[in-house]
Write a protein that binds this ligand. Sequence first.
Ligand code: TXA
Ligand code: MG
Length: 344
Amino acid sequence: MKTIVYKTDTPAELHQAVEAAARLLRQGQLVAIPTETVYGLAANALDAQAVGAIFEAKGRPNDNPLIVHIADMEALPQVAARVPEKARLLMERFWPGPLTIILPRTPQVPDATTAGLDTVAVRMPSHPVAQAIIRLSGLPIAAPSANLSGSPSPTEVQHCIDDLTGRVPAIVDGGSCTFGVESTVITLAGEQPRLLRPGAVTLEEMQQLIGPIRVDPAVTQQLQAGAVAASPGMKYKHYSPKARVYLVRGSYQGFCSYVNALEGEGVYAMVFDGEQQGLQKPAFAYGAQQDHLRQAQELFRLLREFDHLGAREVYVRCPDADGVGLAVYNRLIRAAAFTFIDLD
Ligand code: TXA
Ligand code: MG
């Protein structure tokens, strides 16, 4: 399959890209589109066959449900059967934006989209290109991250080109993604609100608005063998570069001594800004220790970069897990397959 990459730099390019993407979506085809979180692999959420093609193109296990993207509130009743008051409050405050809300679904949403669950994940993205494409298509749009299953989510168009060339008819270039980690996922389909995946909309911000929210254990821990995942995506190995990733807890001095003493080729370090000078191995910074937004932006790009460099082992300074840091931590523990090294 030939893959066309559409630019959106000029008004004419933007117009052509949005027209082409919306047309392909209406024809049941796949298009990789930019969003403010990560690039998404879009298809008509109401067309089981189109949604099936997403799973095929990504190599994604089909028991992992997709997020349905809408451009305006009028589209919501088509996919969500009921909207509880707390969900309404979250939508008013955080939509359009990086928040996905799990709600009871309507019968129109096919099992292929929800992996047979009686709930549906809904998000209204704020990226103007995503908005324009969804609106013109006139459809609710299913879109997982536009990477091959298991690899780091794409935060730049080149990542989509690397993973999906020959697998999809079109990729729309919308530049670098603002947030760099996938949306926050919260369920309001049960008795109590529960955070399933942390993102740029933080637990603290949401709790201020709607009161207590439980944090699903899978946000910070490995699921026990045989346990049923509240959010099926959390049971899969994720975000992993080819290198082995180790999350290192402890002081900066301890980190330098430990990493500098390691032998062999292909050892890399991922550190906070200004920390490279203490290391005798190649070291890349992913933001200041307190700058979680920056860390989120840099994370997936760096993980992919380590692959290009042929890294064998990557030692990472462990981020603080508050605010947006919880999202960074959540992705890194998966990239590291839950392997920690505790110093001091
Ligand atoms: O920022 C994002 O959310 C990006 C962009 C493209 O919008 N999309 C994204 O999709 O990250 P994906 O498929 O990579 O992640 C969706 C997550 C998965 O962990 C999935 O298991 C969960 O949402 N999910 C979807 N529907 C669900 C449902 N009905 N109940 C529980 N979890 C659900
Ligand atoms: Mg994904």
